[in-house]
Design a protein around this ligand. Structure first.
Ligand SMILES: C[S@@+](CC[C@H](N)C(=O)[O-])C[C@H]1O[C@@H](n2cnc3c(N)ncnc32)[C@H](O)[C@@H]1O
Length: 222
């Protein structure tokens, strides 16, 4: 393992707010986030593909009455969010290292109140649709994890992913699209983001890309 990767792996090993392979909670957390990790009954919000976890930490600061879990496959990115959450003493924030395709191993049906997906890779090639995080298979999973009326939010700079996701959400039959905009920064919906800007959003906005946003709720699932 490269030295930098090893450093982050070891950091995550010692971080109480990171759950990753090899730790006791990794195989027993499904359905038990409230009981075993947060030790309260507050609603759980998951940020998928969280990168450095700006939303997980940012919203965690704003909503002390909700629990936040940032999930990503990359340990070095999660380590950044974990360190910041510890520095800020955010006991309502955790990070999970894992692939979203295996998220059913970590979240129980109806366990979550909200899922945020912020600037996932658009995966524009047809042959990569299976990796696109708003494809019908992923949406079916997310709808299952969410409570009735649970919220799913997507932010992207990609017009392709925005259009694809609107279509995918409408067709899958489990979601009702509540709000959407193809220019979040010119929309009142920006208030729902509490000034949180992720690493990738900083890159996209500095290049002049507009940010698109979709908010949907679960219906017809359970
Ligand atoms: C473009 S980055 C966005 C990161 C962050 N949300 C932001 O806005 O700065 C996409 C992230 O998705 C993660 N990712 C992609 N596919 C994933 C998967 N199947 N499971 C977990 N994480 C994944 C990558 O590791 C990466 O951190």
């Amino acid at each position: 393992m490269a030295r930098r990767k090893l450093h982050h792996y070891q950091f995550n090993e010692g971080a109480d707010n990171v759950i990753q392979a090899g730790k006791p909670l990794y195989s027993g957390i499904k359905g038990k986030w409230n009981e075993l990790y947060f030790e309260n009954s507050n609603p759980i919000v998951v940020e998928l593909a969280c990168g450095k976890g700006e939303y997980t930490v940012g919203l965690g600061k704003v909503f002390s009455d909700k629990n936040f879990v940032g999930m990503d496959i990359k340990g070095d990115r999660i380590a950044r969010g974990s360190a910041l959450a510890s520095e800020l003493n955010l006991t309502n924030v955790a990070f999970l290292r894992g692939g979203i395709q295996y998220s059913h191993e970590f979240f129980e049906e109806k366990e979550l109140s909200e899922i945020w997906l912020i600037h996932p890779d658009p995966q524009v090639r047809d042959r990569d649709e299976n990796k696109r995080l708003t494809n019908p298979t992923f949406l079916e999973k997310y709808a299952g994890f969410l409570k009735t009326k649970g919220i799913f939010c997507l932010k992207t700079d990609s017009s392709f992913l925005f259009e694809y996701s609107l279509d995918s959400l409408a067709k899958c039959g489990h979601f009702n699209i509540l709000e959407f905009t193809d220019d979040l920064y010119q929309s009142q919906l920006l208030d729902e983001h509490f000034g949180v800007k992720t690493h990738y959003e900083g890159i996209f906005t500095s290049k002049g890309h507009t940010i698109k946003y979709i908010k949907a709720e679960v219906v017809n699932m359970h």
